[in-house]
Design a protein around this ligand. Structure first.
Ligand code: SAM
Length: 324
């Protein structure tokens, strides 16, 4: 069971008491057996995981690591392995858990490495990670010194995967809430840094997404936006007619200049493109913890610069901006 009290207290301190008041109901409505057919099974998997006494912890290096192999008994290690397997598939990571290498579909640590030196240091900041998946980057943000990290992601499995990791880690100022960005009350305006990574292209209205992100920030706060882009000029944007890299829910892939112009219209200032990267098959691939198709199956077998549908292959930009 997660104790949300420190989160409610910090929200109240930051004048978001209105959210603190409704949040217990929001969590309860999303995390229960009626909300998802597999909830009971996933929740049982989390509850059967061992609760290690004071494991050694490492969040701030190149990796996420909890404990050493000898910190769990053989029986506990088997419980760990079985419990995590009941939470398949694992997409974001990797996690090193008491020597168990949870090698996920994505090398999410590579994304973190590309952005971490460009952002305003997170020391003592209240951070929001929108579309945080199972919370991998939230842990890295905590490791970078954040006062508290709040992730939101509407997928129950992701939230329960986070809860599994948190059970092994122990008490910490980090929460993954089963919510969409749109379910955060309007104009909450309390976060020092807001991350939106890998979400904008899934939204039907990128402008609404940008304004919702802006409204979560306090005055002077920083947005870290990462999304799919295409090469080209100001004003150009790809809206795939069908699927994109086999995904049905991809809507807008702007050029960097187009995206910057949207951000300006939404009131962002000091806008900087800090990284552009074409996703490699080493960064996104099938592993024993995610055995379904992955990037190599989504690209043209004769030309890895194109998706299987003939669109430009996934290229991601990271853009940092502030608000007044
Ligand atoms: C491609 S993943 C990105 C995960 C992680 N941020 C990263 O960069 O590796 C997109 C995530 O956004 C979540 N998501 C989709 N729509 C959302 C919304 N409206 N609000 C919050 N999260 C959303 C999905 O459930 C999914 O976990």
């Amino acid at each position: 069971m997660i104790n949300y009290q420190p989160l409610y207290e910090l929200l109240t301190e930051r004048n978001a008491e209105h959210w603190a008041t409704i949040l217990p109901d929001q969590i309860q409505q999303k995390l229960n057996p009626q909300a998802h057919g597999n909830f009971t099974q996933w929740n049982a998997a989390v509850e059967k995981l061992p609760i290690p006494a004071k494991p050694s912890l490492q969040l701030d290096n190149d990796s996420f690591k909890i404990g050493q192999v000898n910190e769990l008994s053989k029986e506990e290690w088997q419980q760990l392995d079985a419990g995590l397997k009941n939470l398949f598939p694992w997409r974001k990571g990797p996690y090193d858990l008491f020597g168990l290498q949870l090698d996920t579909e994505w090398r999410s640590d590579w994304k973190w490495d590309r952005i971490k030196d460009h952002i305003t240091p997170l020391d003592k900041r209240l951070v929001l990670d929108v579309g945080c998946g199972n919370g991998y980057h939230c842990w890295r943000m905590l490791g970078a010194g954040a006062q508290m990290v709040v992730g939101v992601d509407p997928v129950q499995l992701h939230v329960l995967q986070f809860q599994a990791i948190r059970r092994l880690y122990g008490e910490a100022p980090i929460y993954v809430l089963p919510l969409t960005l749109e379910e955060i009350p309007e104009k909450t305006s309390i976060f020092d840094t807001v991350f939106s990574m890998g979400v904008l292209y899934h939204r039907r209205s990128p402008i609404d997404h940008l304004t919702d992100l802006r409204d979560c920030l306090r005055s002077g706060g920083e947005l870290v936006l990462e999304t799919l882009v295409i090469e080209g000029k100001l004003g150009e944007v790809l809206v795939p007619e069908g699927r994109y890299a086999r995904m049905r829910n991809v809507w807008f892939l702007p050029t960097c200049d187009t995206l910057v112009s949207w951000m300006k219209r939404c009131g962002f200032k000091n806008i900087r493109v800090v990284d552009i990267n074409q996703t490699s098959m080493e960064e996104q691939r099938a592993t024993p913890w995610m055995t379904f198709n992955s990037l190599q199956d989504f690209l043209d077998p004769d030309n890895s610069d194109l998706t299987i549908e003939g669109h430009p292959a996934p290229r991601r930009a990271t853009i940092i901006a502030t608000i007044d």
